[in-house]
Design a protein around this ligand. Structure first.
Ligand SMILES: Cc1cc2nc3c(=O)[nH]c(=O)nc-3n(C[C@H](O)[C@H](O)[C@H](O)COP(=O)(O)OP(=O)(O)OC[C@H]3O[C@@H](n4cnc5c(N)ncnc54)[C@H](O)[C@@H]3O)c2cc1C
Length: 394
């Protein structure tokens, strides 16, 4: 079996892995990235054209510094690649006034001094004419929100990392990382790679490493749908905000929501619902969807966005790895100096991927980072004295 040597191995070259490759390469490190699919690949968690970016964040104000650093890095990557990656259209969240998430959304804005606009009634109906606004609805507009062209952003980072000397090896699966003298050896099904630093960023393939870290990773495929527009002018405006909406009817959970984007192709709008297929072990063989999986999103589109024809013309599945507390594992692995894990982004990791790549480089090259990521402590599901010496990766 071939043996390779480098400074940094990136296991899983998806959203976080591509950004880490760019960041380590830009700090003069020799990088080898490995992925079980092609690089960029079809089944990674960033597939499907676009991902929301928001600053006023219902998940909590503790994400704000991370999101600020990400925003700066997306702009850097735009300059490097000469392409627009982060479209700042603004983001409108439409909630029933009784939604428990409304308070945390407003608190995230207030505590961090972020701008937002709060509307209801006819003012909201005039501003967001594409949406049905009910009397009990309120709208919160985040002017710094928008969307990332996710596949484009990953490709831009890979191109820059390659220009800086990074090497990428696709279509091989990593199986383990073990100590090798004062370094580590990463074993794939095609080679062994020796390095002093390792980033484990396996996305929905991180089940084995999460198990080692004491927590179950649920791989939950989600359906992406594209609905045709009745009047293209309404959904193709440069300034049409991305939108999120709670759909709380019928006693559904307060997490039942859908969101969407301005039209990217001039005739359809992408809408994504918080509706998941059954948990799968892996996306190595992506699951198929049945027509009844589309019933709820069809009904929501019919009710809330009348300018769309409520039958999708394009459907795709894509999965993230979800953790019980919806907070990722990110940071050093206890007992394994030189190893950083990034896993379990639970449906909201793309917007922060650029900063996570940079913070991984801070942690492994400087030994510390100025951006607080302690709330994602990867040791939080382990006993306080647990120290690991090796990790299974599949
Ligand atoms: C439908 C959907 C909608 C979403 N919407 C948003 C949104 O609007 N905004 C937002 O911020 N986030 C969103 N997310 C979440 C976000 O896309 C993910 O959190 C993020 O892309 C995860 O990045 P990652 O690097 O962990 O995983 P990935 O990008 O999937 O990268 C992991 C890589 O590891 C590889 N890999 C796995 N196992 C192995 C192995 N053993 N050996 C080698 N390679 C391996 C995989 O092939 C993959 O390429 C959404 C996710 C989904 C599924």
């Amino acid at each position: 079996m071939t043996a390779l040597e480098t400074d940094v191995v990136i296991v899983g070259v998806g959203s976080v892995g591509s950004m880490a490759s760019w960041q380590f390469a830009s700090r003069g490190q020799r990088v080898i990235g490995v992925d079980r699919f092609s690089i960029p690949g079809p089944f990674s968690a960033y597939a499907g054209e676009s991902r929301l970016f928001r600053k006023v964040y219902a998940e909590g104000g503790h994400y704000t510094p991370l999101l600020q650093r990400s925003q700066d890095l997306w702009r850097d990557l735009e300059k490097i690649s000469g392409t627009r990656l982060l479209n700042t259209t603004g983001a409108v969240t439409i909630y029933d006034e009784h939604n428990p998430r409304l308070a945390s959304l407003l608190a995230a804005g207030k505590e961090n001094g972020l701008d937002y606009e709060f509307l209801r009634g006819d003012e909201a109906r005039t501003k967001y004419a594409e949406h049905v606004i009910r009397d009990t609805d309120v709208t919160i507009f985040d002017p710094e929100g928008g969307y990332l062209k996710s596949e484009r952003a990953v490709t831009a980072a890979l191109v820059e990392a390659t220009r800086l000397g990074a090497k990428f090896l696709g279509n091989r699966k990593a199986h383990s990382v073990e100590p090798y003298g004062d370094r580590y050896i990463v074993r794939t099904d095609q080679e062994e790679i020796i390095a002093s630093r390792v980033i484990i960023s396996q996305g929905n393939g991180a089940g084995a490493v999460c198990k080692e870290l004491g927590v179950h990773l649920s791989v939950l495929p989600q359906i992406l749908t594209w609905f045709p527009v009745v009047d293209p002018a309404a959904f193709c405006r440069e300034d049409m905000p991305v939108f999120l909406r709670r759909a709380e009817e019928d006693g559904r959970s307060d997490k039942a929501q859908f969101y969407g984007f301005p039209s990217a192709d001039g005739w359809t709008v992408k809408v994504v619902a918080s509706i998941f297929l059954d948990e799968v072990e892996s996306m190595e063989k992506p699951p198929t969807w049945d027509p009844q999986h589309l019933d709820t999103i069809r009904a929501w589109v019919r009710e809330f966005i009348p300018g769309l024809i409520p039958d999708p013309v394009r459907v795709a599945t894509c999965a993230d790895g979800h953790l019980p507390d919806t907070t990722a594992l990110f940071g050093g692995v206890p007992g394994m100096d030189g190893v950083v894990v990034a896993a379990g982004f639970s449906g909201h990791g793309f917007k922060m991927a650029s900063a996570l790549g940079a913070i991984a480089a801070d942690l492994l090259l400087d030994g510390t980072t100025a951006t607080d990521v302690s709330f994602m402590n990867p040791a939080r599901f382990l006993g306080p004295d647990t120290r690991l010496t090796s990790l299974a990766l599949s």
